[in-house]
Design a protein around this ligand. Structure first.
Ligand code: GUN
Ligand code: ZN
Length: 440
């Protein structure tokens, strides 16, 4: 039997843009192939480069022609709430009332496995149509909802990081776990899902106000027992929340110190928001190697405040962009990038579009320690990528009539774009979304 070296190879021709390495100057350190070739096999990237100079070594390669379209690594959304999918755009409140009036009643529906399993499919469909291929996700307090989400992601061979929310006080009693059940359920979920296929577990205390000291203590023990699991929580999002934490935990130096005291601030820990930090908190995050999820649409929608990206980066704290659906208002990482730009404008800084793109691809992967798998198109990485059409409507056709730099393409997509720009999304080399509309 003759061996055919082309078996399983698949090529994609497009404008290709990614960051091959970790960098502190993404503005300059991107790789761009105006006429590029991506080759994949068995769910992995095996080549990324210029089309014309390299196509001859792949005689008769099965090529998908996306010429003129933009091929990027799949987006990474580093903070979102799966059970809040159905409550986007809930009117009028800031964080604490919003949680009471909308969030807790909605999350209660996820006690029902069948309901959660159906919603997991909706949630993943929304991610894929927006070009997001990996996410770090809060489920509800119910173990069965986390099972449902992991099952749905496993079906698509997706790299998903997720965890059961833990909360044992200051929320409705019908939605509370306990230190014991939080520990038992989280441990069982770790044993079932962590490291299975591309799935990762995330220990998930909702935030300091809804966890007792006893609960944070058992979660800290669990984190020590399983050093490769991620951790996620919320931090300094809203002034009333911060005052509440101070009254609940009067002995602690600051909000972050509550988590730090229980061993929950470390590499692989991602804190959502971190808007109103004290000097010591910036330092503590930096010393521990923890990361921040910057959620601009949520911070504006809930009136929480303006994240200080420049300050985080001065402290060398990894920052990742995130939607925070459903406090956030869109599944689109492009829109999220556009809103991040506006938040930085109000802070007196200009967010370079390449910098922003880095925070939702390679920069996020580096912060999570996953850059061997996701965030880039390097040979050996998983073939998770998205094809965008910069000319997806009448307006963008006008906007891009003349030659455009990759910076300009990304910037205008971040301000004008959303899921209408997505042509196709691939996970581990397989299409998980293809637009119905013809993109020519
Ligand atoms: N703080 C505690 N829970 C939540 C939540 O669900 N969303 C946001 N944005 N902040 C929180
Ligand atoms: Zn959140």
């Amino acid at each position: 039997v003759q061996h055919n070296p082309l078996i399983g190879l698949k090529g994609y021709r497009a404008k290709i843009l990614h960051f091959a390495k970790a960098t502190t100057s993404p503005k300059d350190d991107y790789c761009y192939f105006e006429d590029g070739l991506l080759v994949t096999r068995d769910g992995k990237v095996i080549f990324t480069g210029d089309y014309k100079n390299n196509i001859n070594q792949y005689d008769k390669l099965d090529i998908q022609d996306y010429s003129g379209k933009l091929l990027l690594p799949g987006f990474i959304d580093s903070h979102m709430h799966f059970p809040q999918t159905e409550m986007l755009a809930s009117f009028g409140e800031q964080l604490l009332d919003w949680l009471t009036d909308y969030t807790f009643p909605t999350e209660n529906k996820f006690a029902d496995y069948t309901y959660a399993r159906a919603m997991a499919d909706v949630f993943l469909r929304q991610l894929y149509r927006h070009g997001t291929t990996s996410a770090m996700v809060y489920s509800s307090v119910h173990k069965c909802a986390a099972d449902a989400l992991f099952e749905a992601a496993q079906k698509h061979n997706m790299l998903l990081m997720a965890g059961k929310v833990c909360m044992d006080r200051n929320c409705p009693d019908w939605l509370q776990d306990s230190p014991q059940t939080a520990q038992r359920d989280s441990a069982e979920l770790i044993k079932t899902w962590h490291g299975k296929d591309r799935l990762h577990y995330v220990i998930t205390p909702r935030f300091a106000p809804t966890s007792s000291e006893a609960q944070l203590a058992v979660l800290g023990e669990l984190a020590q027992q399983y050093p490769s699991v991620f951790i996620q929580s919320h931090l300094s999002e809203n002034h009333n929340e911060i005052a509440w934490v101070k009254s609940l935990y009067p002995k602690h130096k600051h909000y972050l110190d509550v988590y730090d005291h229980f061993g929950l601030v470390r590499q692989g820990a991602v804190f959502g928001h971190a808007i109103h930090l004290e000097k010591d908190e910036w330092q503590c995050l930096a010393e521990r190697g923890a990361s921040i999820a910057f959620c601009p649409t949520s911070n504006l929608f809930l009136g929480s405040g303006l994240f200080n990206l420049a300050q985080a980066e001065q402290h060398n704290i990894p920052v990742m962009l995130a939607t925070d659906v459903g406090g956030g208002t869109s599944f689109s990482m492009l829109k999220t990038l556009g809103e991040a730009y506006k938040v930085c404008q109000l802070r007196g800084n200009q967010l370079d579009p390449m910098h922003g793109l880095y925070l939702m691809t390679q920069g996020a992967a580096v912060g999570l320690g996953l850059e061997q798998q996701i965030g880039n198109l390097n040979p050996g990485s998983d073939a998770d990528f998205v094809i965008l059409d910069p000319l997806f409507d009448e307006l963008t056709e006008l906007r891009f009539k003349h030659h455009n730099s990759p910076q300009d393409l990304i910037f205008a997509l971040s301000i004008l774009g959303d899921d209408r720009a997505t042509v196709a999304t691939y996970i581990a080399g397989k299409p998980v979304y293809q637009a119905a509309r013809q993109h020519n």
